[in-house]
Design a protein around this ligand. Sequence first.
Ligand code: ADP
Ligand code: TYD
Length: 211
Amino acid sequence: MFITFEGIDGSGKSTQIERTAAWLTALGWNVLVSREPGGSRLGEVIRSILLDPQWHSMCARTEFFLYSASRAQLIEEIVTPHLAQPKAVVILDRYDDSSTAYQGGGRELGIEKIEAINAFATGGLVPDLSFVLDVDWETSQRRQRDSRGEPDRLEQNARDFFERVRAAYHDLCRRHASRMVLLDGTKSADEVFAAIQARLDGRLNLASLDK
Ligand code: ADP
Ligand code: TYD
């Protein structure tokens, strides 16, 4: 099983990933959690470039290819080898839908173009399930203020950018409805987790029959 978590910064991805990983591990699944950008050694170096405020003039296409480069390395080095193991589950904090939403929608590089290059960068590896945690601007801002200090380069983005990213996630969920699950991330962490468990339960029963 390959599961991804998506959504705006502060939507609750890390919170739900931690719970999901603990739950699946307790059920006996061989769980690997990783994140984008980063995850591999080379990917973490790329991540530090992406988050560094000194590169405020980085152009949108450069940014996109750096995300894609980090992703390609993560798949090759970490995701694919893990998925080959028995009872394997890989959980990723962001995957190629982030590029579609942020670079395609937010930075307006074009959704179709980004999806085409994503397919090349990932070698066509598509998640079994993608949870998109949906929150409004006020919630996202409040949660980030509460949990962080100074904003990094990417967190300095304005509200119109936020709204374009959010709309792109909604559009993705409509177009990939069999894989993508849009969840109301403004609900309590317990309620969101219950929705994730409900959705995963059926899938994992089927998966365990295959083993
Ligand atoms: P992300 O990984 O998407 O940036 P986090 O899981 O780090 O989001 O959550 C951002 C902040 O919001 C943290 O302080 C976290 O404790 C809090 N938080 C997460 N989920 C919820 C929720 N459902 N309700 C209220 N606060 C939440
Ligand atoms: P991350 O640190 O995971 O953000 P958070 O935990 O705060 O949600 O991701 C860093 C930023 O990178 C985040 O603002 C989203 C952005 N991003 C893209 O713009 N495109 C991408 O393809 C990915 C993976 C992330």
